[in-house]
Design a binder for this molecule. Structure first.
Ligand code: NDP
Ligand code: 8X3
Length: 244
């Protein structure tokens, strides 16, 4: 299952896993996009449209999975977003709530819904999409960085709690990936979004999907706990060397 498969990293993960022969449950709020992208995969895909912030609906979606889709081997907990890039003392309360509800609480809801089955089967893999933003705050990143720091702690906590089982837990921490992320962050200001990737060759969703597939395909005794994946001219969340 890949959450947030309608765009960017989630879409690339779903497509990469499909190519590798997995059957994939793809989720996102935009049902039309799910149909457009994944409809052609036919029986290899199950399309589920729900908002990860709607706990009732998310839990129901998992509880009502058709029988042949109930044993989820891998959950890519990807749905998430940044909203705004402003000093903390000027932040927008609604943006903060949306980020916290999606990036932290939504990820926890999906984890709580799916991990018990993995524990019961003594098999499974949770791949959480964190960020370099969770390693250290960068200017004006404040609440978004905090949500990704929370994803890091939540992932580490889960890894401890399932260590008695064969379930594996991976945290992927991408740096600059060119997706719809910045358009969403800047509320549709495409020019401001484009500037984020000026003068540097950013990562692509496919680069992150490669890392996810690598972690998933590692031998059963190997747990890729964490990967930090940066663009070549990016050193951390704050230091980006732009050319030209
Ligand atoms: P995109 O905006 O391209 O994709 C975000 C995906 O998340 C969409 O499929 C969207 O689907 C889904 N989503 C957002 N909110 C919800 C919600 N409430 N319920 C269900 N699905 C939701 O951005 P990215 O692919 O870049 O982002 C994916 C993840 O990667 C995020 O967690 C982000 O924080 C993380 N990340 C991104 C980086 C980057 O530089 N791009 C770097 C590091 C981490 P829909 O709108 O259809 O619901
Ligand atoms: C997304 C990467 O550096 O824009 O998490 O926050 S960054």
């Amino acid at each position: 299952m890949v959450t947030g498969a309608t765009s960017g990293i989630g879409r690339a993960c779903a497509e990469k896993f499909l190519k590798a022969g997995f059957r994939v449950i793809v989720t996102g709020r935009r049902a039309g996009l799910l149909e457009e992208i994944f409809g052609p995969y036919g029986d290899d895909c199950l399309l589920l449209s729900f908002d990860v912030r709607d706990r009732e609906k998310a839990l129901q979606a998992v509880a009502n999975l058709p029988e042949e889709w109930q044993c989820i081997d891998i959950l890519v907990n990807n749905a998430g977003l940044a909203l705004g890039l402003e000093p903390e003392y000027e932040g927008d309360f609604r943006d903060w709530d949306t980020m916290i509800d999606t990036n932290i609480k939504g990820l926890l809801t999906m984890t709580r819904a799916i991990v018990p089955g993995m524990i019961e089967r003594n098999s499974g893999h949770i791949i959480n999409i964190g960020s370099v933003a969770g390693d250290a705050a960068y200017a004006n990143g404040n609440v978004y960085c905090a949500t990704k720091a929370a994803v890091k702690a939540i992932t580490d906590g889960l890894r401890i709690d399932v260590a008695h089982s064969a379930v594996r837990v991976t945290l992927l921490k991408p740096g600059l990936v060119e997706t719809n992320f910045s358009n969403v962050r800047f509320h549709g200001d495409d020019e401001r979004a484009d500037n984020v990737y000026k003068g540097i060759r950013p990562l692509t969703g496919a680069d992150i999907a490669d890392a996810a597939l690598y972690a998933a395909m590692a031998p059963a005794h190997v747990q890729i706990a964490e990967m930090l994946i940066l663009a070549t001219h990016q050193a951390n969340g704050s230091i980006i060397c732009r050319q030209g």
